[in-house]
Design a protein around this ligand. Structure first.
Ligand code: NAD
Length: 260
C-alpha cells in the first residue's frame, strides 16, 4: 500500500465553498486531512461543510473576505487554533470577483484593479500569513496556489486576470526558493476551463462541445481533477516538487489562444 503521508494532516482551502475549491477540499479529506473551508459566502460554506464531512474527516469553516489583508492572518490563526496546525494551504480564491469577461478598452479602472486585487493580492496576503505561521511553528508544509491556463496565453477578454495569474506563477517560484530552507514547498496548479456548476450553467451544450474540441485531450476538467492533482502534489508523492506550475487543463495551454 502507498502511504500518501496526508493522514492526520491539516489543510485549508480558500474559496472552498463551491467549484474547484470544494473539489480540492473533498480530495484532501479523502486523503485523510482535517480540512478548513474558507469563503465569504456563509450559506454556500455551510452546505460545503456537509459535503466534505461526509468523507469522515474533521471540517472547520471560516467566513472571511480575503481581499482584506488582515483577514488572511485571522484565517490562519483560526485554523491553527481549531485544527491544531497548518500543513497544507490551498489558495484558490481568484476568478473575476463577480465581473464578466471584458475587452481591455471596455474595462473600467475599477475592473482592472479589482481583478488584480482578487487574484494577485489575495494570493499574496494568504501566502504571507500561511508561510509565517508554518515557519513560526516549524512546519514543513505545502502551499498550493491556484493559477490558470490563461497565465501563459492571451485571453483578450481577461487581460488583467491572465497577468495577475502570471504574477502568481512568479510569486510561487520565488517563494519556493525563499521558503525551501524551512522545508516548505510552494506550488501552483493551473486549471483550464473547468465544469464547475457556475461554468456549466453559463455554457450551452454547443459551447461545451466547441471548448472540448479545442483541448488536446478532448475534454474539460471537473473540479475533482484539480482535487486529484493537489493531493498528488501536496502528498509525499510530490515531495521532490517545488516552484512548479502544473497545468491540469487537458493540454489547453499547448494551443496559442483561448477559444472565443
Ligand atoms: N472555473 C474555471 O474554469 C477556472 C479555470 C482556470 C482557473 N480557475 C481558477 O480556479 C479558482 C476557483 O475558481 P472556481 O471557478 O471554482 O470558483 P469561483 O472563483 O467562482 O468561486 C469560488 C469561491 O470563492 C469564494 N470567494 C470569491 N472571492 C472571495 C474572497 N475575496 N474571499 C473569500 N472567498 C471568496 C466564492 O464565494 C466562491 O465560493 C480561481 O482561482 C479561478 O481563477 C478557474
Amino acid at each position: 500500500m502507498i502511504d500518501l503521508g496526508l493522514t492526520g494532516r491539516t489543510a485549508l482551502v480558500t474559496g472552498g465553498a463551491i467549484g474547484i475549491g470544494l473539489g480540492i477540499a473533498e480530495w484532501l479529506a479523502q486523503a485523510g486531512c482535517a480540512v478548513a473551508l474558507v469563503d465569504r459566502d456563509p450559506d454556500a460554506l455551510a452546505a460545503a461543510a456537509t459535503v466534505v464531512a461526509a468523507h469522515g474527516t474533521a471540517v472547520h469553516t471560516v467566513v472571511a473576505d480575503l481581499r482584506v489583508p488582515d483577514a488572511a492572518v485571522a484565517m490562519v490563526d483560526d485554523v491553527v487554533a481549531t485544527l491544531g496546525g497548518l500543513d497544507v494551504a490551498v489558495n484558490n480564491v481568484g476568478s473575476l470577483g463577480g465581473r464578466t469577461p471584458t475587452r481591455f478598452l471596455d474595462a473600467t479602472p475599477d475592473d482592472l484593479a479589482g481583478i488584480v486585487e482578487q487574484n494577485l493580492l489575495v494570493t499574496t496576503w494568504s501566502c504571507h500569513a500561511e508561510a509565517r505561521r508554518m515557519v513560526d511553528d516549524g512546519t514543513a508544509g505545502v502551499i498550493v496556489n491556484v493559477s490558470s491556463g490563461e497565465s501563459t496565453r492571451p485571453s483578450v477578454t481577461m487581460p488583467t486576470y491572465g497577468a495577475a495569474k502570471a504574477a502568481i506563477n512568479h510569486l510561487t517560484a520565488t517563494l519556493a526558493v525563499d521558503l525551501a530552507p524551512h522545508g516548505i514547498r510552494v506550488l501552483a496548479v493551473a486549471p483550464g476551463t473547468t465544469l464547475t456548476p457556475v461554468v456549466r450553467a453559463a455554457f450551452d451544450d454547443a459551447t461545451v462541445a466547441r471548448y472540448e474540441a479545442a483541448h488536446p485531450l478532448g475534454r474539460l476538467s471537473e473540479p475533482a481533477d484539480l482535487g486529484r492533482l493537489v493531493v498528488a502534489l501536496a502528498s509525499d508523492l510530490g515531495r521532490a516538487v517545488t516552484g512548479q506550475v502544473v497545468f491540469g487543463d487537458n493540454g489547453a495551454h499547448l494551443s496559442r489562444n483561448r477559444p472565443t
